[in-house]
Write a protein that binds this ligand. Structure first.
Ligand code: GLC
Length: 524
């Protein structure tokens, strides 16, 4: 066994990694907010589900203006979430179960409560303290340029002496200046801190944002985040970020076994994303093009083809993701209710059949829908406030997990506790307890599919088989997969049927696949 409790250094190339949104996973102390002891108490769920690793969202000291993505101290644990000893214990428990642990690093911005920013506020314009951030004089009475915050409103806030500082997110999340050598050194030290504590890797927040275009030129658009998918913005996906990740890779490779990193990089296309996973850069990047594709054969096929074409020349594995803590849950995106659930079942078999690595988001294995009707008084996402109370933001995909049928928090926290966001009526039937042992449940489909996926030839190429406009049929090593988006269709299966997302009729090699259904068969 290696120091991280597992042996294969290439594990990440075909791993299934489960995202834990710490505030909403499990609440150990009953304050209504998830925490590290809570995660420890529920690791058996992840082991039984059959995933390889968990990625835990930020648990560092933070004023929680953005759910912890506003970090005030990169080397500690917020008291709401536990202690450094809890973090060590969590890593040890996970490793003992054969699960790796990936933690989040937030290098684009700190919290305004971080000592560096507090020092910058009291220091003079032009001082080294201000040089760790992007302070600039305004243009006339206005901000230095036209950049917009991702959360709404301008990306600049003015301080008392008249200078402005940049914040691509909330005004309490000032962007740091990556052209300052001290900034680079500090984050390398933060990486080492967590690697020395035993983590297996990092998820890099806003990995595409660290470097801004020289001179901070105007973006020239008044709906910058509406066009971010098609247009190049002067603050995202700049060439200079790659040099930073080369230096990070050297640190990751200096550990034995080497540790890994995955980029949160929203880019225009698969080819731009692949630039983050060149051999001397990061290991993986999230495939947001897959997440954004509609439920259609043509749309998903195009993303799969583009992804594989872009990643294979750089030697990186593709990744696949359907949901995370920033987007509407996919059961809802795919049509909500029974239709959304049926498509989510088929989407699971499609996703797990693809070559590469898969990211799951907590609660998707239960088929949790987006909660669209949270009371306004409960909303905490800064998007709600910064949009002038017009956009509800991302709280609807962050509602605490139902574990049990009973209890005031459905097992999320101890009986008597109240979760920080209310769980909807009816979620008791979606709980882990309610679905366990029910062969028709989504949870049992996840467990079975993840178990079967372990036998799929790793690193095999995808080969498209017979197809029609509404049908995706392919082979990945010893696994055959078909997904039907249109009216019932006949598919030829070249080996024993392994699993279907709905009941199907099969007669020898002829499989009748109903609409929004997927099937797996084994290929000898
Ligand atoms: C990333 C996170 C998101 C956060 C933002 C700012 O996009 O996933 O939750 O709000 O970065 O840190």
């Amino acid at each position: 066994m290696s120091p991280t409790g597992v042996t294969d250094p290439r594990w990440w190339r075909h791993a299934v990694i489960y995202q834990v949104y710490v505030r909403s996973f499990a609440d150990g102390d009953g304050d209504g907010i998830g925490d590290l002891p809570g995660i420890r108490s529920r690791l058996d769920h992840l082991a039984r589900l059959g995933v390889d690793a968990l990625w835990i969202t930020p648990f560092y000291p933070s004023p929680m203006a953005d759910g912890g993505y506003d970090v005030a101290d990169y080397r500690d644990v917020d008291p709401t979430f536990g202690t450094l000893d809890d973090a060590r214990g969590l890593v040890a428990d996970a490793h003992a179960l054969g699960l790796r642990v990936i933690v989040d690093i937030v290098p684009n911005h700190t919290s305004a409560a971080h000592p560096w920013f507090q020092q910058a506020l009291t220091a003079a314009p032009g001082s080294p303290e201000r040089g760790r951030y992007l302070f600039r004089p305004g243009r006339g009475d206005g901000p230095p340029n036209d950049w917009e915050s991702v959360f709404g409103g301008p990306a600049w806030t003015r301080v008392e002496d008249g200078e402005w500082y940049l914040h691509l997110f909330d005004s309490s999340q000032p962007d740091v200046d990556w052209s300052t050598p001290e900034v680079r050194t500090e984050y390398l030290a933060v990486l080492r801190f967590w690697l020395d504590l035993g983590v297996d890797g990092f998820r890099i927040d806003v990995a595409h944002g660290l470097v801004k275009a020289e001179g901070l030129p105007d973006a020239g658009d008044s709906d910058q985040h509406g066009v971010a998918d098609t247009q190049r913005l002067p603050y995202f996906d700049q060439e200079g970020v790659h040099e930073i990740y080369r230096s990070w890779r050297a640190v990751l490779d200096s550990y034995s076994p080497p540790r890994v990193a995955v980029a949160e990089a929203w880019t225009r296309d698969a080819a731009r994303t692949a630039r983050y996973v060149r051999p001397d850069e990061l290991h993986q990047a999230f495939n947001f093009h897959y997440l954004r594709a509609d439920w259609s054969a043509a749309g998903l096929r195009a993303v799969i083809v583009d992804t594989l074409a872009a990643t294979s020349p750089v030697g990186a594995p593709a990744t696949w993701v359907l949901s995370n803590h920033d987007v509407q849950r996919h059961v809802t995106r795919y049509g909500d209710g029974p239709l959304g659930l049926r498509r989510a079942r088929a989407a699971l078999l499609l996703t797990l059949a693809l070559p590469g690595s898969v990211y799951l988001y907590q609660g998707e294995e239960l088929g949790l829908p987006e909660v669209l009707d949270l009371p306004e008084s409960a909303l905490q996402d800064p998007i709600w406030r910064r949009s002038g109370f017009t956009e509800r933001g991302r709280d609807g995909c962050r509602v605490p997990i139902p574990w049990t049928r009973e209890g005031s928090a459905l097992g999320f926290g101890p009986t008597g506790s109240r979760p920080w966001l209310p769980q909807p009526e009816g979620w008791s039937d979606l709980s882990v307890q309610a679905q366990t042992g029910d062969p028709a449940s989504l949870l049992e489909l996840y467990r079975t599919a993840l178990r079967l996926r372990r036998d799929v030839t790793p690193e095999a190429d995808l080969e498209w088989l017979e197809s029609g406009p509404e049908l995706l049929v392919f082979r990945h090593g010893n696994l055959g997969c078909a997904v039907n988006f249109g009216a019932t269709a006949q598919v030829t299966v070249s080996g024993p049927l392994l699993l279907t997302s709905e009941q199907c009729e099969v007669d020898g090699v002829k499989l009748l696949l109903p609409q929004d259904t997927a099937a797996w068969w084994s290929i000898p």
